[in-house]
Structure formats: structure tokens, C-alpha cells
Design a protein around this ligand. Structure first.
Ligand SMILES: Cc1ncc(COP(=O)(O)O)c(C=O)c1O
Length: 399
């Protein structure tokens, strides 16, 4: 596989993680639906003794199809090792559970995937972990939040749901100066657009459910990074806590990743066209898209993102009423949560509702959030339908 290192991302998306001779010499990876494997008689059964050389023992420890996916993601992200989980949130909370204990401190993005932010408000304090929520696009705020007991800084870029960006290289430098590690949820970008490890992050995390899987059919999550950091998480959290990925989902996600570079280009091209249409639509008051010069951090987008991606947000005068109208009138686009797959998905995120239970922002942080969203945003995940059809659907539904 050393040849793979020198191939391009498009080639690695198809061949990364392949073994020289698959069983039966199948060209396309076969699916290994087995929960245990024949082992030598003297093999230790403890997660403590798990090494990269260990044979497959039991699928919670490791499985050939899941291992292929882990290697493929590692090869795309430039990581030594990948570790899959049953969902994106299982990967994130697994990372937190491994690195944070009583007396430790986490610096957490104050806006991001709702489940992750809510977990840091509700669960981590119960475990004796203190958390400071900050706008990680503000480097001074990150610097101020760091403490001697900060073990981890967790950011999302572009962040869900508002597409705010964080400068990965500069936050990595701040975290490392404070002897903390940096994890980056790069779900919105995918390794085609941004590779956080190359910019100094210690971990990259993905919801495989989104762009990597890419077809809206399988949940999964992954952590990738140096083996010295990821290996212990496999033993402690994967094997013992057990939220591992099903081989069937791994197989579906492997199939999805094969077309990831082509899909990300198409998602980006279509989103660029739709963002331009929406920016001139009389019902639309604002569009936020990393590919437009009007994005509040267009400079950082150009520097850190190879493509602008498939996610955009827009605002209208009365978001609640328009959400009901779009839900009823859209024909090609589905009014639904989730993102990052072949179907276009639109969902309204009202500021008032999300403040109550999720982001809990006040003062300057709330003002910064509203600067991106006003009273709420339509979040659009642009799928792979013809962009002309998507524009026509939005135009007829907006009225
Ligand atoms: C940025 C981001 N991270 C993590 C997750 C959680 O992923 P999953 O739904 O696979 O648990 C999501 C889900 O929407 C997300 O958008």
C-alpha cells in the first residue's frame, strides 16, 4: 500500500485500505459479516493487549471491512490511523470520554452540531469535566478560554448550522502552546476540501453519515490521527464501550467514498450556482456561502478550503412562515434534517428555538450568532440533482 501514499485523492478514495489479495481475489471489497474469527490458541482476550498486529478476534475489537474503511479514511486525511464508530456523535463523545476526566477542562465551540454542544452542557459537567464554550472564530476568545487543565479544544469548521469558519492552524498553535490537543469536526468540509491534520490538528472527526457515506443510507463516525493517540481510544472506548460500526454500514460507506472527490466538486458547483440565484431573489435577505465574497470570512475560506462545499444558508423576512411554505411546496428538495448526500435537504433553524436548549448564548456571543443568522436560517444541503432543477424548485416554492 506504500504506493498509495503517492497517488492522488481520487485514486485513494477508490483504492485506499485495499488489501493486496481480497478473499476470492474480488476486485471490489467483499463484505465481512462475521462477529468472531479463528485465532491462535495463545491469544490474549484483553483490550489491554490489542496491537495493530493483533489478528481479528471479535468484531467489537476489529473487522476486515471496518478496518478497510478506517485505512481509507486515514489515507484521505493523511492520518496514521482511523477508528470507526456507530455514528458521528459516538466518535465525538468517545473522543471526549477518552481524553477528559474529573478535573479536566474542555474548550468547546459554542456553535456546532447540536448533539455535541448539548452533550458538553449536559453530560460532561456530570463527569467532573468543566467546559468553556467559545466562538472559536475569535482567536483571542480561544486564548482567554485556555487554562492549565485544558486537555482538549474541539472545533467545527465550517460549523453546523451557520457555516462560521475557524482558522485551524492558528487554533492548533494556541492549543499546543497550552499543552492541549485540538480535535476538528470536519464533517461539512470532508477531506476533499480541508485536511485538518495537515494544518496541525491532532484529531479529525467525521460523521460518516454525511459526505463520506454520501447516499443518506448509513450512519457512522470516525476519528483519525496519529496511532499513538488513536490506538488507545480503540482499546478503551471502541472495545470496552462498544459503540462500533456495523460491517454492513462500513461497506456502504466504502462504496460511497469511492466517488467522494467527484461528488464534492459537483456539490460545490451546484451550491455556487444556487447561492448566486438566491442572492438575487427578492424574498431572500441574505445568503451565507463560503464560495461567495460576501461570506464574513471569505479570506479564510479561500485559504483553508479547496472547494466551497455543498452547504449554504439563507435568510428570509419571516422564517417560521416561510419554513411552513417551503415544507409544503418543495418538490425536488426534501424538507428534512441531515446533510451531505445525493438528495437536496432543506431545514429551518430558528434562532429562538435553538438558543433555548442547544447553544444557550448570551451577550456578545449571541450578537455574533445573530450576525450570521438574523432570527433564523434556512440550511440547505445541496444534493446532486441538476442545479437548474434545484433553482426552479426553490423559485417556485419561495413564491
Ligand atoms: C457536524 C456534525 N458532526 C457530527 C454529527 C453527528 O453525526 P451522526 O448523526 O452521524 O451521529 C452531525 C450530524 O448532523 C454533524 O452535522
Amino acid at each position: 500500500m506504500s504506493l498509495m501514499k503517492h497517488t492522488s485523492l481520487r485514486t485513494r478514495a477508490i483504492h485506499g485500505g485495499e488489501l493486496p489479495h481480497a478473499p476470492g481475489r474480488a476486485v471490489v471489497p467483499p463484505l465481512h459479516m462475521a462477529n468472531s474469527y479463528m485465532t491462535p490458541a495463545d491469544l490474549s482476550f484483553s483490550a489491554e493487549d490489542l496491537t495493530p498486529e493483533s489478528p481479528f478476534i471479535y468484531t467489537r475489537w476489529g473487522n476486515p471491512t471496518v478496518a478497510m474503511l478506517e485505512d481509507r479514511v486515514a489515507s484521505l486525511e493523511g492520518a496514521e490511523e482511523g477508528l470507526c464508530f456507530s455514528s458521528g456523535i459516538a466518535a465525538i463523545t468517545g473522543l471526549f470520554a477518552h481524553h477528559l476526566g474529573v478535573g479536566d477542562h474542555l474548550v468547546m465551540t459554542n456553535v456546532g452540531y447540536a448533539g455535541a454542544v448539548e452533550y458538553t452542557y449536559d453530560m460532561l459537567p456530570q463527569m467532573g469535566v468543566s467546559v468553556t464554550h467559545v466562538d472559536t472564530s475569535d482567536l483571542e476568545a480561544v486564548q482567554r478560554a485556555l487554562r492549565p487543565n485544558t486537555r482538549l479544544v474541539h472545533i467545527e469548521t465550517p460549523c453546523n448550522p451557520i457555516l462560521r469558519l475557524t482558522d485551524i492552524a492558528r487554533v492548533a498553535a494556541l492549543a499546543h502552546e497550552a499543552n492541549a490537543l485540538l480535535s476538528v469536526d470536519s464533517t461539512f468540509a470532508s477531506p476533499v476540501i480541508t485536511r485538518p491534520l495537515e494544518l496541525g490538528a491532532d484529531f479529525v472527526v467525521h460523521s460518516l453519515t454525511k459526505y463520506l457515506g454520501g447516499h443518506g443510507d448509513a450512519l457512522g463516525g470516525v476519528i483519525a490521527g496519529r496511532s499513538s493517540l488513536v490506538g488507545p481510544i480503540r482499546a478503551r472506548i471502541g472495545t470496552r464501550v462498544g459503540g462500533v460500526l456495523s460491517p454492513f454500514n462500513a461497506w456502504l460507506i466504502l462504496r460511497g467514498i469511492a466517488t467522494l472527490p467527484l461528488r464534492m466538486q459537483a456539490h460545490s458547483d451546484s451550491a455556487q450556482q444556487i447561492a448566486a440565484m438566491l442572492a438575487h431573489h427578492p424574498r431572500v435577505t441574505r445568503v451565507v456561502y463560503p464560495g461567495r465574497s460576501t461570506h464574513p470570512q471569505a479570506g479564510l475560506a479561500a485559504q483553508q478550503m479547496r472547494l466551497p462545499g455543498g452547504m449554504l444558508t439563507f435568510q428570509v423576512a419571516d422564517g417560521d412562515a416561510m419554513a411552513r411554505q417551503l415544507q409544503q411546496r418543495l418538490k425536488v428538495i426534501s424538507y428534512a434534517v441531515s446533510l451531505g448526500h445525493v438528495h437536496s435537504l432543506l431545514f429551518y433553524i430558528g434562532t429562538h428555538a435553538i438558543m433555548r436548549s442547544t447553544f444557550r448564548l448570551t451577550g456578545d456571543d449571541l450578537a455574533a450568532y445573530k450576525a450570521y443568522t438574523g432570527e433564523g436560517v434556512m440550511r440547505l444541503s445541496v444534493g446532486l440533482e441538476d442545479p437548474d432543477d434545484l433553482c426552479a424548485d426553490l423559485i417556485q416554492a419561495l413564491g
